[in-house]
Design a protein around this ligand. Structure first.
Ligand code: NDP
Length: 253
C-alpha cells in the first residue's frame, strides 16, 4: 500500500528532469498524477506510459506557462483528466516544478528575457497556487521548486535567481494562510541536477560541477524527487513555510 493511495497530484514540467522523477515517485506511492508539459508531448506520454507499466495511474496535460490564459488552460486539462478518472476534481498535491533558466549575464539580460523568466518561474506558480486552492481539500500539499542559487552567487543567473527568491516567499506567507486548512507549503532548493543540458555529457564539466557538492557528484533527478515525495507525504505534516536545501551540500566551505 502506497503512502499516497487515493491522492491526486499535479507536477508542472514533468515531461523530463526532476519533474519527471517526482511524477514517477508520487505515482509509485499511489497518487494519480497529472503529468504537465509544454512542448514535448512524446516525452509526457512516455512518463505516463512508464507509470502505467508500473501499475500506477497518470495522464498528460499540456499548457504553456508564462503566457496569457496559461492557468486556465492548465486547469481545463487537469479537471477533465481528474473527472474522467475519479469522478471529481480534488487536487491533493501540487508541485510547482516547471521553470526556465537564464544562463545570461546581467549586462545582456533584456527586459524581454527578464519578463519571460518572471512569467514562467514566479508569476505562473503564484497563479497556479491561487487556482489550485479552489480544488485542494484540507490536508493538501504544495511544493515549490526553488534553487540553491538563492544562496550561492552566480553572475550568469542573477535574473533567474531573483525569480527563485520570489518563489520562496510563497511558502513563508502562504503557510500562515493555509495552516487552518492543514495545507502545507514548502520550497525545495536543488543544486546542480542532471537534466538534458549538453553540459552533462562533458566529463570535465561534470567533474567540476560535482566538486561543488560535499558528496562530489552532481544531483540526480531522483535525489530531489525523493525530497518532494517526503514533503507530499503525511510524514511531513508538521513542516510548512520551510526552505529545504536539497543541493547535496553545495559549497559548504
Ligand atoms: P528541465 O529543463 O529538464 O525540464 C523543464 C520542464 O519544465 C519540462 O517538462 C518543460 O516542458 C517544462 N517547462 C519549461 N518551460 C515551460 C513553460 N513555459 N510552460 C510549461 N512548461 C514548461 O528541468 P529541470 O529538471 O532541470 O528543472 C526543474 C526545476 O528545477 C526548474 O524549476 C529549475 O529552475 C529548477 N532547478 C534546476 C536545477 C538543475 O540543475 N537542473 C538546479 C536548481 C533548480 P517541455 O519540455 O514539455 O517543454
Amino acid at each position: 500500500m502506497g503512502t499516497l493511495n487515493g491522492k491526486t497530484a499535479l507536477v508542472t514540467g514533468s515531461s523530463r528532469g526532476m519533474g519527471r522523477a517526482a511524477a514517477l515517485r508520487l505515482a509509485r506511492e499511489g497518487a494519480l498524477v497529472a503529468v504537465h508539459y509544454n512542448s514535448d508531448k512524446d516525452a509526457a506520454d512516455e512518463v505516463v506510459a512508464t507509470i502505467e507499466k508500473d501499475g500506477g495511474r497518470a495522464f498528460a496535460v499540456r499548457a504553456e506557462l508564462g503566457v496569457p490564459g496559461d492557468v486556465h488552460e492548465l486547469f481545463l486539462g487537469l479537471e477533465k483528466g481528474l473527472k474522467e478518472r475519479t469522478g471529481g476534481t480534488d487536487l491533493n498535491i501540487l508541485v510547482n516544478n516547471a521553470g526556465v533558466m537564464g544562463g545570461i549575464s546581467a549586462e545582456d539580460t533584456t527586459p524581454e528575457v527578464f519578463d519571460r523568466l518572471v512569467a514562467v518561474n514566479a508569476k505562473a506558480p503564484f497563479f497556479i497556487i491561487q487556482r489550485a486552492l479552489k480544488n485542494m481539500p484540507n490536508g493538501g500539499r504544495i511544493v515549490n521548486i526553488s534553487s540553491g542559487l538563492t544562496r550561492f552567487a552566480n553572475p550568469e543567473e542573477i535574473a533567474y535567481a531573483m525569480t527563485k527568491g520570489a518563489v520562496e516567499q510563497l511558502a513563508l506567507h502562504y503557510a500562515k494562510l493555509l495552516g487552518p486548512r492543514n495545507i502545507t507549503i514548502n520550497s525545495v532548493a536543488p543544486g546542480i541536477t542532471r537534466n538534458g543540458n549538453p553540459a552533462f555529457g562533458i566529463p570535465e564539466v561534470v567533474e567540476q560541477m560535482a566538486g561543488l557538492s560535499a558528496f562530489n557528484r552532481v544531483g540526480e533527478p531522483e535525489d530531489v524527487a525523493d525530497v518532494v515525495a517526503f514533503l507530499a507525504s503525511d510524514d511531513a505534516r508538521w513542516i510548512t513555510g520551510s526552505f529545504v536545501d536539497a543541493t547535496g551540500g553545495t559549497l559548504l566551505g
